[in-house]
Design a binder for this molecule. Structure first.
Ligand code: PMV
Length: 323
């Protein structure tokens, strides 16, 4: 048993298949090289001490048995990961946990899922519990569902495996598509979106128009299947065309915004192969697939349209022990 460890896990960007993946379809997600870093130490008492400045927690302390909805929002994922680990393998001490993120939790890069994965991985390393990636995924996915009730788990998978993944809702299938960097530009709208609200809005639309929304989801599933093959073949021009179609379908689900549209159109006009929103919609980020010779033009156009270009590499490494 070790008494201190540092773990890091990547953030993520959804490439294709958002929303449909919540209903059991596939999606493609890539891990980004902006990482969440978590240091976990054992302590003598039986409490959990948490220092997470990026979510406003300077020094929070409570027992592992504290009920999740009584905790401050920023502490819930950490406590949930500890609880679920503790449910399967007994914790033998208290814990001091410090988190530190390379990225702002505004971007929608998945800080909650990365922190959950870091904590569970840290506990497995500290208490010498051998977990393979799927077991780690299962503990973390349950932790996220315990906190927010909804979610496909794609963000957890990206934090665990890294690279670019083909992921089927709930983790029914998780396969590496590529570890190479894809030619992407990422633009942030400046608006923080609330994923759970958007998922509920789409659920409402599906309930009121079940056949139409199901057929939109089915088309998105076809797009994801084709996108997977195009990524493997490196055909980014055709991948861009699929991004444009996927964007049209997301718009029809009601999750697009004027700001996202402005950045997407600006990117396409400046020479991107194609562009779409990434994630739940309502704000957060858009992505554009670009020919390298057009990258600078696309970046400039996104900034001119009021977006912020975020410089990240994709296909990043999954969770790892730092020291
Ligand atoms: O907003 P993000 O980046 O967390 O992405 C949400 C993607 C959804 O498909 C809408 C939800 C999910 O859990 O898959």
């Amino acid at each position: 048993m070790k008494n201190k460890i540092e773990i890091s896990a990547p953030g993520k960007l959804m490439l294709f298949g958002e929303h449909a993946v919540v209903y059991g379809g596939p999606c493609i997600v890539t891990a980004v090289n902006q990482r969440m870093r978590v240091v976990v130490e054992t302590t003598k008492d039986r409490e959990i001490e948490l220092k997470a400045p990026e979510v406003g927690l300077k020094h929070f302390k409570d027992s592992v048995s504290a009920s999740l909805d009584r905790l401050p929002k920023g502490a819930r994922f950490v406590f949930s990961a500890v609880k679920n680990f503790n449910g399967r393998f007994e914790l033998l001490s208290g814990l001091r946990i410090r988190t530190n993120s390379d990225f702002s939790n505004e971007f929608g890069f998945g800080s909650s899922s990365s922190v959950t994965v870091c904590v569970a991985k840290a506990l497995s390393a500290i208490f010498d519990v051998d977990l393979d990636n799927k077991e780690l995924f299962d503990i973390c996915y349950k932790s996220v569902l315990d906190v927010q009730g909804v979610g496909s788990g794609f963000d957890i998978a990206a934090a665990v495996w890294g690279g670019t993944l083909y992921f089927v809702g709930g983790g029914k299938k998780i396969a590496q598509v590529s570890k190479k960097e894809l030619p992407l530009v990422v633009g942030y709208t400046g608006i923080k979106a609330d994923t759970a609200t958007l998922v509920k809005e789409v659920a409402f639309l599906k309930k009121s128009k079940p056949r139409i929304v199901s057929s939109i989801f089915r088309t998105i599933d076809f797009i994801v299947g084709d996108a997977r093959r195009l990524i493997v073949n490196g055909n980014f021009k055709r991948l861009g065309e699929l991004a444009n179609i996927n964007q049209g379908l997301l718009d029809s689900l009601g999750v697009n915004t004027t700001k996202l549209s402005n950045l997407i159109i600006a990117a396409k006009d400046a020479g991107a192969y194609g562009a779409k929103l990434s994630g739940a919609g309502g704000g957060d980020c858009m992505i554009a697939f670009v020919p390298e010779r057009k990258r600078k033009f696309v970046e400039k156009a996104i900034e001119k349209a009021g977006g912020k270009v975020i410089s990240v590499k994709n296909g990043a490494e999954g969770v790892r022990i730092e020291k």
